[in-house]
Design a protein around this ligand. Sequence first.
Ligand SMILES: [Zn+2]
Length: 111
Amino acid sequence: MGKTGRKGLSRQKERVVVPKPSGEEGELALEKAKARELRQSEWWKRQLAKGVCHYCGGAFPARELTMDHVVPLSRGGRTARGNVVPCCKECNTRKKHLLPMEWEEWLAGRG
Ligand SMILES: [Zn+2]
């Protein structure tokens, strides 16, 4: 019998983000501290000075823009220039209330 033990149903793709068993809160606190620091930076002030919401493209005064993590910290995002964008209050609220998938659909609809 030439049958080997190779099964058709091998590995499933796993895209689940496994939370770390420990130190998670510490990391979150660290990222939040980094966000506070980044808010003080010249780079961030320049982002605000542009006065444009990253998501809806609307024009807003700097004081109405907030710092938003594109990939939220709760989903493993980091406080880094590539992951923080200026966001208007409306988009911020919308993003909070939608599921990640719904939010992505909304964004795609804007494009
Ligand atoms: Zn917006």
